[in-house]
Design a protein around this ligand. Structure first.
Ligand code: FMN
Length: 154
C-alpha cells in the first residue's frame, strides 16, 4: 500500500483550484516517488480520509476574513473524530485571497494548533491574480510534500 498525501481543496471561482491543481501535479510527479495523491472536496472528506493520510495539504480561498465555508465544514466534521488520533500529522496550506489572506491563515492555524498537526512547509498565501510563479511555488510544495511522505521524512 503506497503512502498517501491527501489534498483537501475548495474554490468557488477557480483561483484556488488552479493553485491546488498545480500542487497536485507536483505531488504526482514521478520524481516524488510512489505516493498515492488523493484530492477531495472539503465537503466530501471524512475523518477516515484524514486518518488514512500520511500528510495533508489544505487549500482554501479567504472569504469574509475566514476560510471558505466548505473548509470550515471539513474542520467541523473531522476535528473531534481525529483529535486523539492525528497528533503530529504533517500538513501544509495554500490560501488564495483577493487582498489579504491573514484571516483564513490565522483561523486555520488556530484550529490546527488544537489538533496538534505539524506544519512541514511555509504556508503559501497568494493575494490577487494567480501568476506563473505562484503556480510554480504550489507545484514545488506538492512535490516536496509527496517526496517527504515517500521518503518517510515526516
Ligand atoms: C464572498 C466573498 C468574500 C471575500 N472575502 C475576502 C476577504 O475577506 N479577504 C480577501 O482577501 N479576499 C476576499 N475575497 C476574494 C477571494 O478570496 C478571491 O476572489 C479568491 O481568489 C477566490 O478564490 P476562488 O477563485 O478559489 O473561489 C472574497 C470573495 C468573495 C466572493
Amino acid at each position: 500500500m503506497p503512502r498517501q498525501l491527501l489534498v483537501v481543496h475548495h474554490s468557488r471561482t477557480g483561483s484556488t483550484a488552479r493553485l491546488a491543481d498545480a500542487a497536485i501535479e507536483g505531488a504526482r510527479d514521478p520524481e516524488a516517488g510512489d505516493v498515492l495523491v488523493r484530492a477531495l472536496s472539503p465537503l466530501d472528506a471524512a475523518p477516515d480520509d484524514v486518518l488514512a493520510a500520511d500528510a495533508l495539504l489544505l487549500a482554501t480561498p479567504e472569504n469574509f476574513g475566514y476560510m471558505s465555508g466548505a473548509m470550515k465544514h471539513f474542520f467541523d466534521s473531522v476535528y473531534y473524530p481525529c483529535l486523539e488520533h492525528t497528533q503530529g500529522k504533517p500538513w501544509a496550506l495554500i490560501v488564495k485571497a483577493g487582498n489579504d489572506g491573514r484571516g483564513a491563515l490565522g483561523a486555520i492555524e488556530r484550529i490546527v494548533t488544537g489538533l496538534r498537526w505539524r506544519l512541514v512547509a511555509e504556508p503559501i498565501v497568494v493575494v490577487g491574480e494567480v501568476e506563473a510563479d505562484h503556480l510554480a511555488r504550489c507545484r514545488e510544495l506538492g512535490l516536496t510534500l509527496a517526496a517527504g511522505v515517500d521518503a518517510g521524512l515526516f
